[in-house]
Design a protein around this ligand. Structure first.
Ligand SMILES: CC(C)(COP(=O)(O)OP(=O)(O)OC[C@H]1O[C@@H](n2cnc3c(N)ncnc32)[C@H](O)[C@@H]1OP(=O)(O)O)[C@@H](O)C(=O)NCCC(=O)NCCS
Length: 186
């Protein structure tokens, strides 16, 4: 898939992370509330810098197993407000997965929905995927509400499938098929 950066949406620019994004990245990656329902923990500035060095490399999708992690830049604020991810799960089965995180200062404006919608477009139209999933902890209500805004269907509610942060954790799996995406576009 060929990507021309920055990728424009109505209000946002999506582009690869840069090491100079550290302040903006640290502003949300260091917050425990952002990581309440995510794997991993909030981290120090030094650890953020190391994570950012990895994210900077996630700027293309050329083979299955890779993840495209884009910085969500809000020109109006002049800063990066979060990230949007597209993982290429399987080439033969044309499967993908999206993910997203926003700095809480910028919640409630539809920015994550806008960025995630573009990741679906990249997955279906750019990569030719057949099915894209998104997963979250059922307690992460803003996350599954976002998936539903995108037209994704709840396909599964796995109960107590793992120990998550010291207690049994459930998982919602949402999905969207290529034909459902196309129908919604028409
Ligand atoms: C998941 C997450 C990105 C959702 O954030 P969010 O602000 O609810 O999502 P959006 O940016 O799409 O904004 C949607 C909200 O803005 C409102 N909104 C305002 N203007 C809007 C617009 N133009 N378009 C869409 N929604 C709009 C919506 O009504 C919605 O609010 P509501 O849920 O109270 O109805 C955020 O909670 C987050 O980053 N959490 C931490 C990381 C995380 O858990 N990520 C998910 C991993 S599975």
């Amino acid at each position: 898939m060929r990507l021309d950066y920055p990728i424009m949406t109505g209000r946002l620019l999506l582009r690869p992370f840069q090491t100079s994004d550290l302040d903006d990245f640290y502003a949300y990656r260091s917050r425990p509330d952002v990581f309440r329902y995510l794997y991993g923990e909030s981290v120090s500035r030094e650890e953020c810098a190391e994570l950012l060095d990895e994210l900077v490399k996630d700027n293309e999708l050329t083979s299955e197993g890779q993840r495209l992690a884009l910085a969500v830049h809000l020109p109006e604020a002049g800063r990066v407000i979060g990230s949007a991810v597209l993982k290429w799960r399987s080439e033969s089965d044309r499967q993908g997965e999206i993910g997203y995180s926003l700095n809480p200062e910028f919640h409630g404006h539809g920015y994550a929905t806008e960025a995630a919608r573009k990741m679906l477009e990249l997955g279906f139209e750019g990569l030719g995927l057949h099915r894209i999933v998104a997963e979250c902890d059922p307690r992460n209500v803003p996350s599954w509400r976002l998936m539903e805004r995108l037209g994704m269907r709840r396909e599964a509610h796995f109960r107590e499938l793992e120990i998550f942060k010291g207690e049994w954790g459930d998982l919602f799996v949402y999905a969207l098929l290529e034909e459902e995406y196309e129908r919604a576009q028409a």
